[in-house]
Design a protein around this ligand. Structure first.
Ligand SMILES: [Zn+2]
Length: 188
């Protein structure tokens, strides 16, 4: 069975230029964009359900500990060389906790293989790691969105929680495309 909108990368990623696609290779960028979008939809659903049904004090404690670790990591005047790698571990933990918060086995099964963060894509990682100031600014925005998602869940605001998760993943999509545009000329 064919899925015209997902299989046709012109429809799924209209802002990827032919030049970028040619220089970034074999569809890996396209695949990552699709995976981010699907996972964002699933995590958005998890956040909405968690807000509507409530989450346990234990789950809330775990996610707040994780947020605190990210706060500590980025509340410095200058990021260290290992900051991005540390962030990627904590970020994956945060998103895993949001997905688990609703305790829906079926949803967890669909979301079994989360995509890498856009920061972790091989050429995006290089760009971010080489520009600590830009990385720091991006991580502050990321973390602000994390806090917003958890606040919405805590306050029982399901639609807001879902929208914030979707927005978070859309930001990732924009950042990834920006990295692709930057990286493409270097591979000529
Ligand atoms: Zn995140």
């Amino acid at each position: 069975m064919s899925w015209p909108f997902l299989d046709d990368d012109r429809d799924a990623s209209p802002v990827i230029t032919h030049e970028v696609r040619a220089k970034t290779g074999d569809g890996a960028l396209h695949d990552m964009l699709i995976r981010l979008e699907i996972y964002g939809a699933l995590e958005g659903l998890a956040a909405r359900w968690a807000a509507e049904r409530g989450i346990s004090a234990l789950q809330l404690g775990a996610v707040q500990d994780c947020l605190k670790s990210i706060d500590d990591l980025i509340q410095v005047s200058k990021l260290s060389t290992g900051s991005l790698a540390q962030f990627l571990v904590l970020n994956a933990r945060f998103h895993g906790l949001v997905m688990e918060a609703v305790q829906c086995r079926t949803l967890s099964q669909y979301a079994e293989k989360p995509p890498q963060s856009f920061f972790a894509h091989p050429w995006a990682y290089q760009i971010w790691a080489s520009d600590p100031k830009k990385l720091h600014a991006a991580l502050i925005i990321e973390q602000d969105q994390h806090h917003g998602i958890i606040e919405a869940i805590q306050n029982g605001m399901g639609a807001r929680a879902e929208n914030l998760v979707r927005e978070h993943f859309l930001l990732g999509r924009r950042q990834l495309l920006g990295s692709a545009e930057q990286q493409a000329p270097r591979q000529v």
